[in-house]
Ligand binder design. Structure first.
Ligand code: SF4
Length: 229
């Protein structure tokens, strides 16, 4: 594996090495990818988890028991998501942290969804990553066309971290198989037609052959919350 600098001050100097490691890990199992990142970065690695399903949290805590897993709580999450995250924490002994926004009572989602996501998602993530060097996400190529080129690992110039996407190559069938093998519980809203689960004001169930992310910001000219840009 290539030598990668691991200080926040010189991460950007390892761009070529990070890209090479990403190519080397293309066929690795998700647990191996997280293990590699943790061996490299130790506790400077954090995992953010939306808790739409249990796969990322299970993979991460299997690879590195006790690894920090963070739920970015916009304060507009479904009650079911809070319940589900707590269930998974108890069942799998997750080292779960809740990150809250600095804003408390504004209802910007009614008038300015970009501003709302910026205050309730992007800013807390920026704060979380300000002293981290690695960030593990659940982004997959199969999520959407806009994510089809997602690398296993990349330098995130905006946050100055190594962004690790251990599920990048997993198809929907791979995810379903992983859930069956490990008998993972389902988010309670999946049964009600929610295939991608975010905040309650901006998420609706999908129907028939609709794209699985089409229930997010439906009717709006928006497809990403700003975390994965
Ligand atoms: S998804 Fe909607 S409610 Fe959640 S932070 Fe973004 S605009 Fe606000």
């Amino acid at each position: 594996m290539p030598q990668i600098r691991t200080s926040k001050d010189n991460l950007s100097q390892s761009l070529a090495q990070i890209n090479q490691a990403s190519r080397d890990l293309e066929d690795a199992q998700p647990e191996e990818i997280i293990r590699y990142a943790y061996d490299l970065l130790g506790d400077d690695l954090t995992v953010t988890c939306s808790f739409s399903d249990a796969v990322l949290a299970h993979v991460a805590t299997t690879a590195v028991p006790g690894i920090e897993i963070v739920l970015l709580d916009t304060q507009f999450l479904f009650a079911e998501t809070h319940w589900y995250a707590t269930e998974l924490r108890n069942k799998f002994n997750l080292n779960l942290h809740i990150m809250e926004p600095l804003v408390q009572s504004e209802n910007l989602w009614q008038t300015n969804i970009e501003g709302c996501c910026a205050a309730r998602k992007v800013e807390p993530l920026q704060r979380l990553l300000s002293d981290k060097t690695g960030w593990v996400t659940g982004v997959r190529r199969a999520d959407a066309e806009t994510r089809a080129m997602t690398p296993v690992m990349a330098y995130d110039i905006v946050r100055n971290v190594i962004k690790v996407n251990p599920l990048a190559t997993m198809s929907d069938d791979d995810i379903a198989l992983y859930e069956r093998i490990h008998e993972l519980p389902e988010h309670p809203l999946v049964d009600k037609g929610y295939s991608s689960i975010g905040c309650w004001p901006c998420t609706r169930p999908v129907e028939g052959d609709e794209d699985k992310r089409s229930g997010r910001w439906a009717g709006q000219d928006k497809i990403e919350c700003g975390l994965h840009v």
